[in-house]
Design a protein around this ligand. Structure first.
Ligand code: TRP
Ligand code: SF4
Length: 405
């Protein structure tokens, strides 16, 4: 959507602390986070409350898993100098916003989120009939909106949660974006842009509101975005004014869809801890070797002399991730002519995975030897996140009439 939000350069994403990270998550999610740090202001957090929604019976490892998760991020290249790294439960403002949003969220919106029924069907052995589980996506909305994040990198399964967030934000702005003196404040803000820009803005406003001119709307957004002289509050006000609504207090985020990773599990299915087909980032070289050696291959290759078809082999999918074009061409023809054995073919993957993980594991060891450095990264991140979250929550309290002035 072409509103002020698409220009918002803040990214927020979270992961639940449910055990060590595996290669699938590394290739699918974490590498993407590391990339995003170059172009956006990033907030990455451990969603420990979200872990409670499905693991409330056994919480013994949540705190340790949260710490380990941060270590994995740091080791993989998430940079605390450019990203804010924090833990959800240490920023209680998320919970306050969740409570406030729960007041305006129709029950049906939550019941209709596909993951609600899907997960209940899938995780039959778990009791997911709790209030917390129903509220899972709304807590996620609070996570996003408390930072006014413009972009939320997520996998396909989470897109509906971002969509819900957009609806909740829209409802919130609709209900509470109309300050009593909105009109007057908007007029004052227009003047602050200077004569020339004010004239352009008023003209665009008229074209959009009287003629429904969509181009005028998008030019208007660009104009507001380029203003240096007005505060963020005024920008939000003028965006709402241009769009014909109230002030945008909680901007609608966009899902930044993470391409699903090409990295399959050891058996060719999606890599997942629960399928027992994964390699963790901390896996020892011997274990990596053993796991890859025992991967299934093209079932037609019973004997060493039987030709194979890479398209029918899970190992080939790993070559797609790890091997150069040249090596792939070589392997592909050697497989179909039975001039390479599967053991040798797999050895390339063993070597590549070990090589890729070596520096990461080295950094994991360094951080583990110096846990206080990780603690201070987390402490600083939590403080920085709280500063932003506090600003939003006080704005929200005021807009909802819980505070004067
Ligand atoms: N629900 C997400 C997952 O399971 C984790 C999460 C919680 C999240 N809050 C978030 C992701 C906010 C993005 C934004 O993967
Ligand atoms: Fe699979 Fe490689 Fe064996 Fe071919 S040679 S079947 S690609 S492991």
């Amino acid at each position: 959507m072409n509103n002020s939000v698409s220009q918002n350069q803040r990214v927020l994403s979270g992961m639940r602390p449910t055990g060590l990270m595996h290669l699938g998550q590394y290739h699918g999610v974490l590498k993407n986070w590391v990339e995003l740090q170059h172009s956006y202001e990033c907030f990455f957090f451990v969603a420990d409350w979200h872990a409670l929604t499905t693991h409330y019976e056994n919480t013994a490892s949540i705190a340790q898993s949260s710490f380990d998760l941060v270590v994995d991020w740091l080791a993989a290249g998430v940079n605390p100098g450019s990203s804010t790294i924090f833990i959800q439960s240490r920023v209680p403002e998320h919970a306050e916003l969740h409570t406030l949003l729960s007041m305006i969220t129709p029950l049906g919106w939550l019941e209709r989120v596909p993951s609600y029924k899907d997960q209940q069907d899938k995780l039959k052995d778990k009791d997911l009939s709790t209030y917390g589980f129903l509220g899972y996506p709304l807590l996620q909305s609070a996570d996003i909106l408390i930072y006014k994040a413009g972009h939320v990198p997520v996998g396909e399964d989470q897109v509906a949660h971002v969509e819900l967030t957009r609806e909740v934000a829209r409802r919130f702005n609709h209900l509470y974006g109309k300050e009593p003196d909105f009109e007057q404040k908007a007029q004052t803000a227009i003047k602050k842009m200077g004569k020339k820009n004010a004239r352009i803005y008023n003209d665009l406003l008229r074209r959009y509101q009287e003629q429904g001119d969509a181009e005028a709307l998008s030019v208007g957004h660009a104009l507001l975005d380029s203003q240096q002289n007005i505060s963020i509050g005024d920008k939000e006000r003028l965006t709402g004014y241009l769009e014909g609504g109230g002030r945008i207090i909680l901007p609608e985020p966009q899902a930044l869809l993470t391409r699903s990773s090409k990295m399959p599990g050891l058996d060719g299915q999606k890599m997942s801890k629960s399928y027992n087909n994964s390699i963790s980032l901390r896996e020892a070289p011997e274990a990596i070797e053993k796991k890859i050696r025992t991967m299934p291959t093209d079932p037609a290759r019973i004997r060493r002399t039987d030709p194979g078809d890479p398209q029918k082999c899970p190992v080939w999918q790993w070559h797609e991730v790890y091997s150069s074009d040249d090596l792939r061409a070589e392997i592909s023809s050697a497989c179909t002519t039975a001039s390479i054995g599967c053991v040798d073919c797999k050895q390339h993957i063993v070597d590549s995975v070990i090589k890729e993980l070596k520096p990461i594991q080295q950094r994991v060891r360094e951080f583990e030897q110096d846990p206080s450095s990780v603690e201070s990264i987390i402490n600083e991140g939590c403080e920085a996140a709280r500063d932003v979250a506090r600003d939003t929550i006080s704005e929200v309290r005021r807009a909802m009439g819980l505070r004067l002035g």
